[in-house]
Design a protein around this ligand. Structure first.
Ligand code: KG4
Ligand code: ZN
Length: 381
C-alpha cells in the first residue's frame, strides 16, 4: 500500500524478529545528571558497533549542592539535548532516515529529565516514522556486558551506582530476576555521604578512594551491615552513622584521620558486598545448576573502585564465575547502553506498543517485593 505523501519512507519499517539484518538505533539518556546521545549498530551476528557516543556530565552544576538537584538537571537536559543528538548523528555519519529506531530512557530516574529525553525521542520518532523504544535505565546497564564482551544469558549482575545497589539474574532480554536490593542507601550514595561528612568533594567515591590509599583500614572497626544474614539485600545507613560517630570522636580531623576513616569504610563496604555477592552466586548456581562457567557482570559508577574490583575478581574466582566489568565509560550513565538495549529488544521482537510513559519508578523485576515500600507510582526501589 503506498504511503500518504506526508509520511517519510522510513514509515514502511517492518517489525523485526530474529537478527537477520543490522539494526541502527539512536539512544537517548537523561534520567539523572548525564545528558547523553549515541548511535549503535547491532550486527546480524549479535555483535555491536558503537557509531557515536556523546555524554555531557552535569557534575559541576550540582557540585556546590553536594548532590543532584532535580530542577537543575532537568533544565540542563532541555538546554543541551538537541545539540548532543545532532552531534551523535553527525559523529555517526547518519541521517534519521538511516535509523531503524529510537531508544530513550523512560525510567527509573528523575521525572523532569526523563520527560525531556523521552518526549524529544517521541517527537523525532513520530516525525521520521520510526519505532520508539521505551528503555528501562537498569536494563541498559544490565545488557551492556553483551555489547562489550558478548556475555551469554543467563548471568549474574551487580549494579552499584549513586542511585542503585542491586543483584539480579539477567535471564534474557526483558527477563530479570532480582535477588537483592538496598533497603536504605545506594552504595554510591554511601560513598558520597561519607565524602560530604569528611569535607571531601562531590561526587564522593573517587575522593574516598584516593584518601583511602594512604589510610589504615584496621584503625576503625566499622559495622558490616547484613553480613551473614539470609538473602542478598544490602544496607548501608548504619555504616554511615558509624562513620559520623567515628569522625566526631576524633575531631578535629587530621588528613591521616580522614584517610584512616576512608580506608576503614572501604574495607567494611568491601566485606559487605563480598558477602552479598557470594550469596547471590550460590542462588544463581541453585537456579542454574547446568551453566558451567557463569559470568558476573558489574556496572554502575562504583565499579570504578579498585578495592571493590579486586574483591569482586577474587570472590568470582573463588566461586568459579568469570567477571565482566565494562570500561568505565560504559559502566557509568551513557546513551550507548540505551541504544544497545533498544537494539536487543528489536532483535528479540520486543517492540514497544508506544503506550509506555516516562516514570520515576520502574523495577526491572516486576515480581520483586519492594524493599522500600510502594507509593502511587509503584515500587520505590
Ligand atoms: O553510575 P553513576 O555514574 O551515576 C549514577 O548514579 O547513575 O554512579 C555515580 C556514583 C557516585 O555515587 C560516585 O560517588 C560513585 O558512583 N563512584 C565511586 C567511584 N567513582 C564513582 N564510588 C567509589 N569509588 C569510586 N572510584
Ligand atoms: Zn545508571
Amino acid at each position: 500500500m503506498p504511503l500518504p505523501p506526508e509520511m517519510p519512507e522510513r514509515a514502511q519499517h517492518t517489525p523485526v524478529s530474529g537478527t537477520a539484518r543490522p539494526l541502527v538505533l539512536l539512544g537517548i539518556e537523561s534520567s539523572c545528571d548525564e545528558t547523553a546521545a549515541a548511535v549503535v549498530r547491532r550486527n546480524p551476528d549479535g555483535s555491536a558497533t558503537v557509531l557515536s557516543d556523546v555524554v555531557l556530565s552535569q557534575t559541576e552544576d550540582h557540585a556546590p549542592y553536594g548532590g543532584v538537584v532535580p530542577e537543575i538537571a532537568a533544565r540542563a537536559h532541555v538546554v543541551h539535548l538537541d545539540r548532543l543528538i545532532r552531534k551523535a548523528m553527525d559523529d555517526a555519519g547518519c541521517a534519521f532516515a538511516d535509523l531503524d529506531g529510537i531508544a530513550a530512557t523512560a525510567g527509573p530516574g528523575l521525572i523532569g529529565g526523563l520527560l525531556v529525553g523521552f518526549t524529544m525521542a517521541g517527537a523525532i520518532a513520530q516525525v521520521h516514522g520510526l519505532p520508539l523504544l521505551a528503555i528501562n535505565h537498569l536494563e541498559g546497564h544490565a545488557l551492556t556486558a553483551r555489547l562489550t564482551d558478548g556475555v551469554a544469558f543467563p548471568y549474574l549482575m551487580l549494579l552499584v551506582s549513586g542511585g542503585h545497589s542491586q543483584l539480579l539474574i539477567v535471564e534474557g532480554v526483558g527477563r530479570y530476576s532480582r535477588l537483592g536490593t538496598t533497603i536504605d542507601d545506594a552504595l554510591g550514595e554511601a560513598f558520597d555521604k561519607t565524602a560530604k561528612l569528611l569535607g571531601l568533594g562531590y561526587p564522593g567515591g573517587p575522593h574516598v578512594e584516593r584518601m583511602a590509599r594512604n589510610g589504615d583500614e584496621t584503625r576503625f572497626d566499622f559495622p558490616r551491615p547484613m553480613v551473614g544474614r539470609p538473602g542478598c539485600d544490602f544496607s548501608f545507613s548504619g555504616l554511615k552513622t558509624a562513620v559520623r560517630r567515628a569522625a566526631q570522636a576524633v575531631m578535629p580531623l587530621t588528613d591521616q584521620d580522614a584517610a584512616d576513616i576512608c580506608a576503614s569504610f572501604q574495607a567494611a563496604i568491601s566485606d559487605c558486598v563480598a558477602d552479598r555477592l557470594t550469596r547471590a552466586m550460590r542462588a544463581f548456581r541453585h537456579r542454574y545448576p547446568d551453566v558451567e562457567s557463569p559470568a558476573v557482570v558489574v556496572a554502575g559508577g562504583v565499579a570504578a573502585n579498585a578495592r571493590l574490583r579486586a574483591m569482586m575478581t577474587k570472590v568470582a574466582a573463588d566461586n568459579g564465575f568469570s567477571v565482566s566489568i565494562p570500561p568505565l565509560r560504559l559502566c557509568t550513565d551513557n546513551a550507548v547502553m540505551i541504544a544497545w538495549a533498544g537494539a536487543e529488544r528489536m532483535a528479540a521482537g520486543l517492540l514497544d506498543t508506544g503506550t509506555t510513559k516516562a516514570r520515576p519508578r520502574w523495577p526491572l523485576d516486576p515480581d520483586a517485593v519492594p524493599a522500600l515500600g510502594a507509593g502511587a507510582a509503584g515500587a520505590k526501589a
